[in-house]
Design a protein. Structure first.
Length: 436
């Protein structure tokens, strides 16, 4: 028996297909701090994978949930209308990027949001092919479009073939590891040129493509940030051919990048946007926000779900929006991001293990390499950094195609002193791993 019996219980009773980053059992949380069952304190740089953006056990959100629980906690939006759903739809439509009139569909998870965005694209365009990106992640909670559109094989697709048909992949503008061996910006966007002049001639013509689905910043892919000119030129290409742009904001949305939505850094308006994770700070909820002119063409009854837009989740999401706008959290994320970037750049200067620093706002990451010239991924070293950091009281996450990226996802409400404490631990852990 270990010091944490719940880890033993997990091994005995929980399916092994569910992986575990940190072998601890969390008992409670307070804003950016977690405590395990043994009373050990941890600074949380995970936010439950970018979810508890307003911190753990946020008192205002607790009150919003309690009040709604006493009024109504379920009826099903297809049985009868209820206020929290339509009020949240109104708020989302108004804060969504771009000037077009918007309408909203609420579901439970990021995977469901992906599924329904692709359903919309296929239904309204009458075309079948959806183009996704290599190294992308669009969900694994369903055995349909979300999994099929995810551009990484292990661990998500192992032994699960065949995938849903109609999904094609193209290289992401991952400038640190350019598949075309170019350097940005001298490359003249070779990856986009490939789409225009090769992919659409050899794989699928534009007239058969319903949509492109894209993360402006790849989340599980390692916080890879798409260049602004790439996204703008891509949108022009898509508009020329009547192809929809589905913007996946599941991990990058909700002020994390210093804007409410990551796509706002690019000056383009997506046709369909999907969001989840931080939308209700941990309660199950996701949203598909689309131009009204597009979803006006959907067929009544072909979308929905028993639990989608649960009243309690919607009530909390409304409070999340209120707090984010009231407390100017996009601006705070930009300010905290400057602190983080400065510290990560200093780590780059001091530690050869750090090959690249990237991100927007407080959505920042470092990619670890064994050699800066060859860029050989330091996968084992990244795992050791996470272990060392946990031992010192900091919880981190890995990401990237090689799992060699250490990503930072602290709550946007974290105190700056606590943020620096976590960054100190990160650097101490890097130093110890590098020495060995």
């Amino acid at each position: 028996m270990s010091l944490d019996p719940y880890i033993d219980m997990r091994g005995k009773y929980v399916m092994r297909g569910i992986a575990l980053y940190h072998p601890i059992t969390v008992e409670r949380g307070e804003n950016a701090v977690l405590y395990d069952v043994n009373g050990r304190r941890y600074v949380d740089f995970t936010s439950g994978v970018g979810v508890t953006t307003l911190g753990h056990a946020n008192p205002e959100l607790v009150r919003a949930a309690e009040e709604q629980l006493r009024r109504l906690w379920h009826i099903c939006f297809m049985v009868a209308n209820y206020r929290p759903y339509v009020e949240l739809a109104e708020r989302l439509a108004k804060i969504a990027p771009g000037p077009s009139e918007k309408q909203v569909l609420l579901q439970n998870s990021g995977s469901e949001a992906t599924e329904n965005a692709i359903k919309i694209a296929r239904q309204v365009t009458g075309k079948t092919v959806v183009v996704s990106y290599e190294n992308s992640f669009h969900g694994r909670g369903t055995y349909g479009f979300a999994l099929a559109a995810t551009g990484k094989y292990k661990p998500y697709k192992v032994g699960l073939e065949p995938m849903m048909p109609g999904i094609e992949f193209i290289p992401y503008p991952y400038c640190y590891r350019c598949p075309f061996k170019h350097e940005y910006p001298q490359c003249s966007l070779a990856c986009l040129d490939y789409v225009r002049k090769w992919f659409t001639y050899t794989r699928v013509p534009p007239e058969r493509i319903a949509a492109f689905i894209m993360e402006m910043i790849q989340g599980e892919g390692g916080f890879v940030v798409a260049p602004v000119d790439y996204v703008r030129e891509l949108k022009k290409f898509l508009d020329e051919h009547g192809i929809l742009l589905i913007d996946d904001e599941v991990q990058s949305g909700w002020a994390r990048t210093g804007r409410m939505w990551a796509v706002e850094h690019y000056g383009v308006e997506p046709d369909v946007m999907i969001t989840a994770k931080a939308i209700a700070n941990g309660l199950p909820l996701s949203a598909i926000v689309s131009k009204k002119e597009i979803v006006d063409k959907t067929y009544p009854g072909s979308f929905g779900g028993t639990y989608g837009g649960n009243p309690v989740s919607c009530a909390v999401a409304l409070k999340v929006i209120e707090i984010m706008l009231r407390d100017k959290l996009p601006e705070r994320a930009m300010s905290l991001g400057q602190v983080v970037r400065k510290r990560l750049n200093e780590m780059f200067e001091r530690h050869e293990l750090v090959g690249d620093v990237r991100g927007l706002g407080v959505m920042q990451a470092i990619e670890l390499v064994k050699d800066r010239k060859t860029k050989e991924p330091a996968t084992d070293e990244a795992s050791k950094v996470l272990s060392k950091a946990r031992e010192k009281g900091l919880l981190l996450l890995r990401a990237g195609i090689h799992l060699n990226v250490v990503r930072l996802l602290p709550p946007l409400t974290i105190e700056e002193e606590l943020l620096n404490e976590g960054l100190d631990i990160l650097e101490e852990s890097l130093k110890e791993v590098e020495v060995k």
